[in-house]
Design a protein around this ligand. Structure first.
Ligand code: ARG
Length: 295
């Protein structure tokens, strides 16, 4: 990985000196086997040698340098392993789940080792680019988050669910007004409960499971959390809790994506390319079967 990147950098730099090299794809290809073939193919473009091509080449060098986030051979990934089946701590105390398996598969495609850092969900976005390279945490793409990070292509569609005591009378959006609602701090469930429903009291927890425990204890009227974790949590209290589809409460759909350092187009393209491969070769569907449909 390191060697290949160095080779690519050297090649791109040489070509830029010759006022050569066209395609902006060059840097994006950094790290995959096609790179050398691609660079070879650039010879035709090299002959054009206009100023635009030179500017492109310079941009390519910059991008290649940025992709060097991977050049130490390690992708440091932040998560919040409190969100089954996407991420949880397994019996050996290690983070596991759909997202963890997905990012490891991506790491494999990119030829880097994946190191997972378990942290609070609300700290993930601000840690990208410093403590962690990227974050995977069932994280919904939102405009607000896009102010500070970029997102990969979406990999999963989600919706908020409402967990209720089995005998609750809450059934519509209106019924939620004025209620005490438990959420995980800084999540889209939190934003809905806080911003979109009138007169709520919102109890914010660091872990979704703590909100669910307070629902069992009668301290909140309901919990708003993403569909799959809602189903997992409610099933742990079968007979006592039910989980209702947010569509019933007019909640819109959401999309999960990997959060990435803002402006690092080389890294974004590499991760998207790996994701695409994982979808095309059947790995993705297998992970869905193993982690999500098995629940
Ligand atoms: N999808 C929601 C959001 O982006 C909740 C994600 C919570 N993830 C977690 N690993 N705790 O806000």
């Amino acid at each position: 990985m390191k060697k290949l990147l160095a080779l690519l950098l050297a090649t791109v730099m040489t070509m830029s000196l010759l006022t050569a090299c066209g395609s902006s794809e060059t840097a994006a290809e950094a790290g995959n086997e096609e790179t050398q073939a691609e660079v070879g193919n650039e010879e035709a473009d090299a002959e054009a040698g206009n100023e635009e091509a030179q500017a492109d080449a310079e941009a390519n060098v910059e991008e290649a340098a940025e992709a060097a986030a991977l050049s130490d051979g390690v992708l440091t990934v932040g998560t919040n392993a409190e969100f089954p089946p996407f991420e949880y701590v397994d019996d050996n105390g290690e983070p596991d789940g759909f997202d963890i398996a997905l990012i490891k598969a991506i790491g494999e495609k990119l030829g880097v080792e994946v190191e997972v850092e378990n942290m609070e969900f609300a700290s993930l976005v601000s840690s990208i680019g410093s403590k962690i390279d990227v974050a995977i945490a069932g994280m919904t793409v939102t405009e607000e988050r896009q102010q500070s990070v970029d997102f990969s292509d979406a990999y999963y569609e989600a919706v908020q669910y409402v967990i209720l005591p089995a005998d609750s009378e809450i059934a519509t959006a209106q019924d939620l007004e004025g209620k005490t609602i438990g959420v995980q701090l800084g999540t889209t469930g939190d934003f809905i409960a806080t911003d979109d429903i009138a007169d709520t009291t919102v109890n914010q927890y660091n872990k979704g499971v703590d909100a669910v425990n307070d629902l069992i204890n009668g301290r909140v009227d309901c919990v708003i959390i993403d569909k799959n974790p809602a189903l997992v949590f409610a099933s742990k209290f079968e007979g006592q809790l039910i989980a209702l589809d947010g569509a019933q409460f007019d909640f819109g759909t959401e999309e999960y994506a990997i959060a990435l350092p803002k402006g690092d187009t080389a890294l974004t393209e590499q991760i998207n390319a790996a994701l695409e491969e994982i979808k095309a070769d059947g790995t993705f569907d297998e992970l869905v079967k193993t982690y999500i449909e098995a629940e």
